[in-house]
Design a protein around this ligand. Structure first.
Ligand code: NAD
Length: 362
């Protein structure tokens, strides 16, 4: 297969973890005899320095040309006081829009070797393996009218939560498709006891369910879901939810996985006629200015994002499984960075990348 991948390392540790993720991708392509064409683009603070824009036109063009995009992270303290529309983070929203990705997937696994890194009791977390699918383009973050008006006691902030049937149906289908490839259980999260948007959400998800009779659907209220993710995460397989609920609940995943550096993510758009998705892949963490430039960052979230890319954008499930198995093997061997608090000397970001490549090759 020919894989054309755009990399956008971005800022801070984004550069370091992306370097290791690319090494892993190259190793997989060598081992499984795929040809890999890599292009690199500018995004975030580095793009502002070189072009004046967080998301230059050239990057948009490269992203549309590539089969899939692998991102690092963006952001740096020097931009903290800049207006939101000029900051590096604006580049993230822009690339999602250009690629039309509307479903954000955050797989969360409680690896056996990391159970002690989770602040939760081992018996609660052990065996947890779930994917949170968050709607990415709609809901209260984008709805209008919005704004702050009036003054004094009457000064008022306003946001609007809005969803169309089509927006709900397409993200629900992503959830059902994923569940079908896994343990065939989908939990749809809403607040239908209070919100009309959630009532429509539930109705449309029920309609879409008719296309997937092999998947068991449950509806769960968002407040109960927040509790169940901590009390009994094993009960979940795939969860689908609107934008803000997903933003909040998916951070609970970091607690289950032991470190934010472990978490990969995939943002998917339309399914191509070949059956694979348009996708943007990135670790969940930010640019971590506190450890940037020290080769200390955990690259496993970025490497897990490569596994997600192989699976969803290229349909290469065997290759994705090889990457995931290699991640598990380095964890079992205790070959980890400082954030995972190893018993011995922590490895550097590059050493962990190398260890994953070694295990894929062997
Ligand atoms: P962060 O995720 O960068 O860091 C939070 C903490 O986790 C830090 O202590 C950091 O050292 C640690 N950490 C993060 N990733 C790690 C890894 N791979 N290995 C080891 N430790 C890791 O979040 P923050 O500090 O709130 O934000 C820093 C910058 O990143 C800000 O400019 C923010 O806007 C940006 N940000 C970008 C993204 C993105 O690019 N998708 C996401 C979140 C934050």
């Amino acid at each position: 297969m020919n894989l054309h991948v755009l990399t956008l390392p971005g800022d801070g540790i984004g550069v370091e973890v992306t370097r290791q993720a690319v090494r892993v991708l190259e190793t997989v392509c060598r081992k499984f005899h795929h040809s890999l064409r890599l292009t690199e683009g500018l995004l975030g603070g580095v793009a502002i320095h070189q072009t004046g824009e967080p998301f230059p036109e050239q990057t948009a063009r490269l992203a549309l040309e590539a089969d899939a995009t692998l991102m690092g992270a963006v952001g740096a303290p020097e931009f903290d006081d800049w207006p939101p529309e000029k900051r590096p983070e604006r580049g993230l929203l822009a690339i999602r829009k250009v690629l039309g990705v509307y479903a954000n997937l955050r797989p969360v696994r409680a690896y056996k070797a990391l159970l002690d890194s989770s602040p939760l009791k081992n018996d609660r977390v052990e065996g947890a393996d779930l994917i949170i699918v968050r709607e990415l383009n709609g809901g209260i973050y984008y709805g209008t009218p919005r704004g702050i008006s009036g003054s004094g006691d009457e000064e008022r902030g306003l946001n609007t939560m809005t969803y169309t049937r089509a927006e709900i149906a397409r993200v629900a289908r992503v959830g059902f498709h994923l569940a079908r490839q896994r343990r065939k259980k989908l939990a749809s999260v809403d607040k239908s006891n209070v919100l009309e948007t959630s009532q429509l959400w539930r109705r449309v998800v029920n309609e879409v369910a008719a296309e997937f009779p092999d998947v068991t659907l449950e509806h769960i209220l968002v407040d109960n879901c927040a509790m169940q993710l901590i009390l009994n995460p094993r009960r979940f397989d795939v969860l689908v939810m609107e934008n803000m609920f997903g933003d909040i609940l998916s951070d609970e995943g970091a607690v289950l996985a032991g470190s934010i550096g472990m978490l990969p993510s995939a943002s998917l758009g339309e399914k191509k006629p070949s059956g694979v998705w348009v996708g943007l892949y990135e670790p969940v963490h930010g640019s971590a200015p506190d450890i940037a430039g020290q080769d200390k960052a955990n690259p496993l979230g970025a490497i897990g994002s490569v596994a997600a890319m192989l699976e969803y954008s290229f349909g290469l499930t065997q290759e994705a499984a090889a990457v995931n198995a290699a991640i598990e093997a380095v964890l079992d061997a205790g070959l980890v960075t400082a954030d995972l608090k190893p018993k011995g000397t922590p490895l550097t970001c590059s050493q962990v990348g190398e260890a994953v490549c070694d295990r894929i090759q062997s």
